[in-house]
Design a protein around this ligand. Structure first.
Ligand SMILES: [Mn+2]
Length: 537
């Protein structure tokens, strides 16, 4: 299983770019990693990936252990036309406790255990035969004298009576077991039964074989006597006649370990069939397979908080973290490499790690690293920008030779165009939830060079913010419409206390007010809200 490298939920360019570049870096050092994203990538990131001709990273929905991650018994099913005897022999030879019965498409039809076989033979209908000619020939070591069909379903009788006693009572449904008694054979051929099994293995005069052919009756000669043949013939029945079809607990290969664990512990079966999307049988899983599951391995970039990370991270093994955010709540049971620097972008840190290890940075990787830095630092306008970010871009552009100014502007323009997007989509494209001194706070930030488009829809935005504010019980709900050229943000908000907003940003508490100099949610908006909350207490 590869190691998953991924950034935070609601991926931005820095988190996607740093995941791709860091995965590349790790693979250069001999690891096997794949970059992933935790959600749909945004327009800016898409533009950058296209620009540098890089594939979209795989979507990682969660990192929980699934059935398919466990080493269980991959197995083949047996055909529903197999005889009970052949299944019994297979189970005995391979020491199997349970086998799956499947159709031609390998779809699970039923399961069968030794107990089912025993019960089937004890409680079964002794008079009923449902078997193929090939099973009968193989299991009874017989040879076919005449063949008119392949499969038989009917009532078995042993002909031990005087031939006249059976006159008129037999028909096309009957399956007859008889020795070399020609008077009886002639009588049952006349009744056009479906199958005659002739015991004792003695040669049969040609005229009876010819008669059987004319009458459309199949005849099988077996070496055993009538007693043994009658005893064994039930075991020639198709296994489907005794398999368990109902109340089978089956698991899907995508099922999560924590769910199936519960079920395995609370039920008493020895083996549980595993199937795929098409209902096809893959193998059996049992108690011992779930005892010490192998955990998935993760490398986190651009975040270090559970709430911003992939579902099921608690179950995974975190190998490393590279980030530039405040310390979060992630803890590990083993020491790990955790590189956290207060710089403008995770891509900056990844760049310097390439340099430390003296690994060649190819064009595409240089490209996304630079895009990540320019994006997260808002082309160095963000107060989070450090000289390390500027130097990284300078160095990377020695590989790229781009006009940084126009590259950045094109990226932002494409990325911030809100054309054709709905209010909700815009609001949630970069939304984060915080708990600020027990104030449940939701802050969305949208960067756009197209302020006019937002203000044309101002009333709808306010209505939307009101509704999610109420539905999620937020104390503060805030939308920052950040104009990176004018280095400030317009704010739309909802709060129990409008005064909190106006005092936090030192502006009039009206919708759409411009807050000069505010561009960073992390470095400016959150600290200011916290300060205002403190102040109000
Ligand atoms: Mn970042």
């Amino acid at each position: 299983m590869p190691i998953f490298v991924f950034g935070h939920k609601n991926p931005d360019t820095d988190s996607v770019a740093s995941a791709i570049a860091f995965s590349h870096f790790k693979n250069n050092l001999g690891l096997s990693t794949i970059p992933c994203v935790l959600g749909e990538i945004n327009k800016e990131t898409e533009y950058i990936l296209n620009y540098f001709n890089l594939p979209k990273p795989e979507l990682l929905e969660n990192i929980k252990v699934q059935v398919k991650d466990l080493t269980y018994n991959f197995d083949e099913g047996i055909s529903q036309n197999s005889s009970i005897l052949s299944v019994y022999k297979l189970m005995e030879n391979k020491d199997l406790q349970t086998v799956a019965v499947v159709d031609e498409d390998n779809k699970l039809k039923g399961i069968i255990s030794m107990k089912d076989i025993a019960m089937g033979l004890i409680k079964g209908d002794y008079y009923h035969l449902n078997a193929s000619l090939s099973s009968l020939a193989r299991d009874l070591k017989g040879h076919v004298l005449t063949k008119t069909k392949d499969h038989f379903d009917g009532k078995i009788s042993v002909m031990a009576y005087y031939y006249k006693s059976i006159s008129g009572v037999l028909g096309g449904d009957d399956i007859i077991i008889v020795g070399d008694r020609y008077d009886v054979i002639e009588e049952v051929l006349g009744a056009r039964v479906q199958l005659i099994i002739i015991t004792g293995g003695k040669p049969i005069p040609e005229k009876y074989i010819q008669l059987a052919e004319t009458k459309g009756v199949t005849m099988l000669s077996v070496p055993w006597d009538t007693y043994y043949t009658a005893k064994i013939i039930n075991q020639c029945n198709n296994v489907s006649t005794i398999m368990r079809k109902k109340k089978i607990i089956r698991f899907h290969e995508d099922d999560y370990l924590e769910e199936i664990k519960e079920e395995i512990i609370n039920t008493h079966f020895r083996n549980y069939p595993v199937i795929d999307d098409y209902g096809r049988f893959l193998g059996f899983i049992n108690k011992k397979h779930i005892l010490s599951p192998e955990r998935k391995q993760a490398i986190l970039v651009d975040h270090n908080e559970y709430s911003q990370s992939v579902k099921g991270l608690e179950e995974a093994e975190i190998l490393e973290i590279v980030d530039h955010h405040k310390l979060g709540d992630i803890s590990t049971s083993m020491p790990i490499n955790f590189r956290n620097l207060a710089v403008g972008s995770t891509c900056t840190i990844v760049y310097w790690m390439f340099r430390e290890e003296d690994i060649h940075i190819e064009y595409k990787i240089a490209g996304i690293l630079m895009a990540g830095i320019l994006s997260d630092t808002l082309f160095f306008r963000s107060p989070t920008t450090t000289p390390m970010d500027r130097r990284a871009v300078e160095e990377l552009n020695k590989i790229l030779n781009l006009d940084i100014q126009s590259f950045a502007m094109d990226m932002f323009k494409t990325g911030t165009s809100l054309e054709g997007q709905g209010i909700e989509e815009i609001f949630y494209s970069d939304f984060k939830e915080f708990n600020l001194e027990n104030h449940k706070t939701g802050v969305s930030q949208v960067f756009t060079l197209d302020i006019e488009d937002v203000f044309n829809r101002k009333e709808s935005f306010i209505e939307f913010i009101k509704s999610i504010h109420k539905n999620n019980n937020y104390d503060i709900t805030l939308l920052l419409i950040t104009d990176i050229l004018n280095e400030g943000s317009y704010i739309l908000f909802q709060s129990k206390n409008t005064h909190l907003i106006s005092s936090a940003f030192n502006v009039k508490g009206e919708q759409g007010v411009f807050v000069d100099g505010i561009v960073s949610r992390k470095k400016q908006v959150i600290p200011r809200l916290l300060e205002a909350i403190h102040f109000m207490k």
